[in-house]
Design a protein around this ligand. Structure first.
Ligand code: MEV
Length: 440
């Protein structure tokens, strides 16, 4: 049975791997080799990856792909996408091509404000806390000057500070709400440093504040942290065209547009559908967020909270037909950066930025929102026409063939055969078995 281990982080990589193999992988003679086969031959590159996190043992590869033909505000982009899901890049590429031929995507940044809170306990008279806050506000602002220096020089920094009374939802609970402009940085470290500094100022100043001394009730800081809920950092992307222009050889434009809008309305009203619908959007969003070295957990958390902003979980996309024009759009919060974090460290992230023509944060927000909209268009289009499995399984065929250890000749045969035949794990297994038998 495994025993607790101490000082693990101090061990060398080889010692950590040995410990892991001895403790959890005794019955797998190949385990160490599985880890080692992903080591990079270039020691500097490997060291860079080792240093990203603690206790790195190996590198976990995900495919880095590209979806071309994204016409965004009249400029053509190829989107770098990192994802493990077989059909995501193909779907994005299809949607990009489809809209490239119909005027492309239009995108605009609505707002760029980030925020954070110093969460406080205070069980005294609310008026005393308000008067304290108003008195120390200039100090709270003044004391973060050195942290803010570079950000201010670039035109960003703290925007506003306010005291929020939340005692109606939790006894004694207040917070200082701080809003920030962090420009091209996602800004998490900057915001958290500012907030922790403010928390310190608040506690220092509270000790000498006469009104608190009167009844010996002092505010206490519980924690200081940025919020990943950023409804004031919003981007919008849309596509639109005449419904007739949606007609293709397999699709009547008007019928398609009506069914599509209905599918969006269902996702707007039914949570069970909305979650899957938005998951499809995030297939595109996350793939670009990861390729550009941004924090996809922060984006995910903020986006889903935004989807529930009206107290029920709803679709992030909207669609309508008005005066014979089909319009499909997304509005979503995106706190991302093009400087700082992994963005200038990971060689593939740096390359992703070059592929994207070195966007600033606002431009990247637009690109990511478009990726989400395109992905959603592709998914809903499949859902209301052929169904999702046809395209999905076509892309998944290679995974099944790899699982069944097909040779490249067998793969070629399988691809030909399954052009006309429904793909499932068992149908591919049967095909391979028959194919192999016929060769013997
Ligand atoms: C699969 O990853 C995503 C979809 O389920 C999205 C959707 O249903 O809209 C196809």
């Amino acid at each position: 049975m495994a025993q607790p281990v101490s000082g693990f982080s101090k061990k060398t990589k080889a010692e950590k791997i040995k410990w892991l193999a001895d403790t959890y992988l005794q019955d797998d003679p190949d385990a160490i080799q599985v880890l080692k086969q992903y080591w990079n031959d270039n020691p500097l590159l490997q060291q860079l990856h080792d240093d990203f996190i603690e206790n790195t043992l190996s590198n976990y590869y995900l495919p880095f792909g590209i979806a071309p033909n994204f016409l965004i505000n009249n400029k053509l982009f190829a989107l770098p996408m990192v994802t493990e899901e077989s059909s995501v890049v193909a779907a994005a590429s299809n949607a990009a091509k489809f809209w490239c031929e119909r005027g492309g995507f239009k995108a605009e940044v609505i707002s760029t404000e980030k925020n954070g809170q110093v969460h406080i306990n205070y069980f005294g008279d609310e008026k005393k806390l308000t008067s304290f806050f108003n008195q120390i506000k200039p100090k709270l602002i003044g004391n973060i000057k050195s942290i803010e220096k570079n950000m201010k020089a670039r035109g960003g920094g703290l925007l506003e500070l306010s005291l929020v009374d939340k005692t109606h939802i939790l006894e004694g609970y207040y917070y200082i709400h701080a809003t920030f402009e962090t420009l091209d940085a996602m800004g998490a470290n900057f915001i958290n440093s500012c907030l922790e500094n403010m928390a310190q100022t608040l506690e220092n100043e509270a000790i000498d504040f006469g009104l608190f001394k009167e009844d010996n009730n002092f505010p206490e800081v519980v924690m200081s942290i940025l919020s990943n809920y950023v409804p004031e950092c919003l981007v919008r992307a849309e596509v639109s065209c005449n419904v007739e222009k949606l007609t293709t050889k397999n699709q009547n434009g008007k019928e398609f547009a009506e069914k599509f809008v209905r599918a969006i309305d269902i996702a707007k009203t039914e949570t069970r559908r909305a979650v899957t619908h938005n998951k499809g959007i995030m297939n595109g969003v996350d793939a670009v967020v990861i390729a550009t070295g941004n924090d996809f957990r922060a984006v995910e958390a903020g986006v889903h909270a935004y989807a529930a902003k009206n107290s029920y979980y709803s679709s992030l996309t909207h669609a309508k037909i008005e005066d014979n024009i089909f319009k499909f759009w997304i509005e979503m919060p995106l706190a991302i950066g093009t400087i700082g974090g992994l963005t200038s460290l990971h060689p593939l992230t740096k390359l992703a930025f070059k592929i994207l023509q070195k966007p600033n944060a606002k431009e990247l927000m637009k690109i990511i929102a478009v990726a989400g909209l395109a992905q959603n268009f592709a998914a809903v289009r499949s859902l209301v026409t052929t169904g999702i499995q046809k395209g999905h399984m076509k892309m998944h065929l290679m995974n099944i063939l790899n699982q069944l250890k097909a040779t490249s000749a067998e793969k070629d045969e399988a691809v030909k055969y399954f052009k006309e035949t429904a793909i499932s794990h068992s149908s591919v297994a049967t095909f391979l078995e028959n194919h192999r038998n016929s060769k013997n």
